[in-house]
Ligand binder design. Structure first.
Ligand code: IPE
Ligand code: IPE
Ligand code: MG
Length: 259
């Protein structure tokens, strides 16, 4: 069932964000500061993923979405890209066993045809193996770009209904075709590594997400760092266009924005 856009419906307030989306940045600098090759940082980054998946599951997060490789990351030196692909394949084999044992459902979003047939098969197998799990859903964004997501959704929507009139192109018509249609929109966005930008991550879905930036490099981002982000989230007042007084009174959002 598609979820209603959080710009139209206010999700119930909760201490723990239901959906956390993370740009895992700073692996290269973490390694460079230690006089290690950049790729050593990526290796440590996988360990951080393992810890944060577990910490989020323990805290009751329902959806964790991790930006692992952007559509722009192909521009990196060929040997770094090759290393990242090997690491992705190894993680799909090793980490999925652990996730499955913990009842986690794994999804991978992005333009996956760009990956080798072997990686595509590992992705399909991992998704199939974990599809009936009822624990937290971990989504890996790989060769993902927010603009591409909106365009592919538009193309697929029009392919499904070629006779669509312009007035029929609404948020409700489009969102089922977005890559993250199986999840509510993120409540909390975290970017590690000190940069304060979205870097073409979930552009549509982050419309009303609380944004949190930290200088901590991704390999150093642990459960304590996650708790700081959650503490910051708890202090935010999510107004979704209403006034502060309306939020305090619990006034519902009645009329959805015109499309
Ligand atoms: C994020 O860390 C990992 C990927 C983009 C794959 P970076 O590799 O971007 O690390 P910095 O930003 O260069 O430190
Ligand atoms: C964003 O990090 C993408 C991922 C973490 C996968 P980048 O390091 O590639 O972003 P920019 O280039 O600094 O914006
Ligand atoms: Mg970076």
């Amino acid at each position: 069932m598609p979820h209603i856009s959080s710009t139209l419906a206010v999700p119930s307030a909760s201490d723990v964000p239901q959906h956390v989306a993370i740009i895992m940045d700073g692996n290269g600098r973490w390694a460079t500061h230690r006089h290690m090759p950049r790729v050593a940082g990526h290796g440590r980054g996988v360990e951080a993923v393992r810890n944060i998946v577990e910490a989020c599951a323990v805290r009751g997060v329902r959806y964790l979405t991790l930006f692992a490789f952007s559509s722009e990351n192909w521009r990196r030196p060929a040997d770094e890209v090759t290393f990242l692909m090997r690491l992705f394949a190894a993680a799909l084999r090793r980490e999925v066993v652990r996730m499955h044992a913990n009842g986690i459902r794994l999804r991978v979003v992005g333009e996956l045809t760009a990956f080798s047939p072997r990686i595509q098969r590992l992705i399909r197998d991992a998704e199939a193996k974990t599809q009936h799990n009822t624990g937290m859903t971990v989504t890996i964004a790989a060769n993902y770009g927010g603009r591409w997501d909106i365009l592919q959704a538009t193309r697929r929507m029009l392919a499904a209904s070629p006779a669509m009139a312009p007035a029929d192109i609404t948020e409700e018509a489009l969102t089922p075709f977005l890559q993250m249609s199986f999840a509510p929109e993120p409540d909390l966005f975290i970017r590690t590594g000190g940069e304060q930008r979205i870097s073409n991550f979930l552009l549509w879905q982050l419309a009303y997400t609380e944004l949190y930036f930290t200088d901590t490099y991704w390999p150093d981002f642990d459960a304590a760092a996650l708790d700081l982000a959650f503490a910051s989230y708890r202090q935010r007042e999510r107004r979704f266009g209403r006034t502060s007084a309306q939020v305090t009174n619990g006034t519902a959002v009645e009329s959805p924005v015109a499309n």
